[in-house]
Design a protein around this ligand. Structure first.
Ligand code: GLN
Length: 489
């Protein structure tokens, strides 16, 4: 059965009415994966048997009239950086090629509690470092809209899986844009929640002061459902905040009266593709027609965000990735002379070029004599970036911008040019540095048929507002109803 394009809400309705069973839905998506993933290569592994077993169990519970979770029977694809007990979690790295976690991440526990079906593990840039999924040690994921283009990264597999109709939703992680940029490239909805909104327990750490887990879906309501399921305090992540989780899915259809939208003048400068700019301007007109007020704001320090981010994230990565020493778990070199040689060979063999580049940059930035000049300075500018937002949000409710300066670039186009690749993150990185939430949703297509993403950023814990504001736009447009042409499952 083809379920392509069905939204999570539509599937839930059909499940509740008894028109569809969890097994039929799961089998439908497994068929879609079988038909399409040979080309898209979004999945690193597919949990066929386990998913069908889980779905069968959910159906029998429903038939007996026993309680089922809020996502009962809906498949979720999970980025291969989030630990699931008994499921290989590789971070797309040779270092963790055979790593099977003995425990579930908090978000996986939450998904199991809500009876979501864990359908498979998605490809990514190694240890979430990259913007194209080309840094995976195993395969290059293709953009479902044009297979010679990148799906974005680092959660490219999760975005492509939803865009290609191989899962109604998925999880990714966003340290500097890794949910939002691929959502924009693939024409799906993606949310980076506020720092502290979702527990990172069981998320393999890249840069701990920036990392957040968030949802992808093919409409705003689906993203609301999934965020609601995973958000909330978890004592195992001390940075997760003890604040009630709003009923995002129940309120998402309520439009916001008197919405004040900020447009940052620094966001519309050289380097922004004209078609992307035109799509954002057209989206602002849609909001104006809906009664919103659009005002100019200023984020004067945003021009430093890429420089600050690549010092902070590399510094934290150099520390976090020190654990891959060949002793505790993961890859270990087969032959070595002594302990130091074992560390060097293990890390030399296990890590790819981009991960090595970050570890070297970060170690340098943190070393005695350079720490003050680089790391400490970056933290000070980070603070100024946050203050810019605080100031802007005194007069507006959300800030609208592109998600990336261009639509999806070609596979191979930027991979040998790290600086251009890093500049891809210009619109997304500041929210991570400031700890703020952002949502990206489809806002049109380029003349060559590639999706264009619109980003809405808000103050801390304003996810409900972002979802409602995003939904106002979505209801007026049909971009999210368009799907790439791929073999049907
Ligand atoms: N592209 C950014 C980087 O390479 C963002 C990565 C992410 O958000 N995980 O670091």
């Amino acid at each position: 059965m083809s379920l392509s394009g069905a939204t999570a809400g539509e599937l839930l309705l059909r499940l509740e009415r008894g028109d569809l069973t969890a097994v039929e839905i799961t089998a439908g998506y497994l068929d879609a994966i079988a038909a399409r993933d040979g080309r898209v290569q979004a999945f690193l592994s597919v949990n066929r048997d386990e998913a069908l077993r889980q779905a069968t169990e959910i159906d029998s519970r429903r038939q007996r009239g026993a309680p089922v979770g809020k996502l009962a029977g809906l498949p979720v694809a999970v980025k291969d950086v989030i630990c699931a007990k008994g499921q290989k979690t590789t971070c797309a790295s040779k270092m963790l090629q055979n790593f099977v976690p003995p425990y579930d991440a908090h978000v996986i526990t939450r998904l199991r509690d809500e009876d979501a079906v864990l359908i498979g593990r998605t490809n990514m840039d190694e240890f979430a470092m990259g913007s194209s999924t080309e840094n995976s040690a195993f395969q290059v994921t293709k953009n479902p809209w044009n297979l010679s283009h990148a799906p974005g990264g680092s959660s490219g597999g999760s975005a492509a899986a939803v865009a290609a109709g191989m899962s109604p939703f998925s999880l990714g992680s966003d340290t500097g844009g890794s949910i939002r940029q691929p959502a924009g490239f693939c024409g799906v909805v993606g949310i980076k929640p506020t720092y502290g909104r979702v527990s990172r327990y069981g998320l393999v750490a890249f840069a701990s002061s920036l990392d957040q887990i968030g949802p992808f879906a093919n409409d705003v309501h689906g993203a609301a459902l999934l965020l609601e399921a995973i958000a909330g305090r978890d004592p195992r992540d001390s940075t997760s905040v003890d604040m009630p989780v709003p009923k995002y899915a129940a309120t998402v259809d309520e439009p916001l009266a008197g919405l004040k939208i900020g447009v940052a003048k620094e966001h519309f400068v050289a380097g922004l593709n004209v078609e992307v700019e035109a799509a954002v301007m057209a989206a602002l007109d849609v909001y104006r027609k809906l009664g919103a007020e659009v005002k100019e704001v200023s984020l004067p320090h945003s021009k430093y965000s890429v420089a600050v981010y690549y010092i902070v994230c590399a510094s934290e990565a150099s520390s976090n990735l020190a654990r891959y020493d060949g002793v505790h778990y993961g890859h270990r070199a087969e032959s070595f002379k002594d302990m130091i040689d074992m560390f060097c060979r293990t890390r030399g063999e296990g890590f790819g070029a981009e991960v090595k580049r970050r570890i070297m940059l970060g170690t340098y930035a943190l070393s005695a004599g350079y720490y003050d000049a680089y790391y400490l300075k970056a933290l000070k500018v980070r603070r100024l970036i946050r203050q810019d937002y605080d100031e802007a949000f005194k007069s507006v409710d959300v800030i609208v911008s592109p998600s990336s300066p261009t639509p999806a670039f070609k596979i191979g186009e930027l991979v040998d040019d790290p600086l251009s690749m890093y500049l891809q993150d210009i619109y997304t990185i500041s929210a991570n540095l400031a700890g703020l939430p952002g949502i990206v949703l489809p806002a049109g297509f380029s003349s060559s048929g590639l999706p264009i993403g619109l980003q809405l950023q808000g103050p801390a814990f304003a996810e409900e507002r972002l979802l409602r504001a995003a939904r106002m736009y979505e209801r007026e447009t049909d971009w999210h109803r368009r799907h790439p042409e791929l073999p049907r499952g």
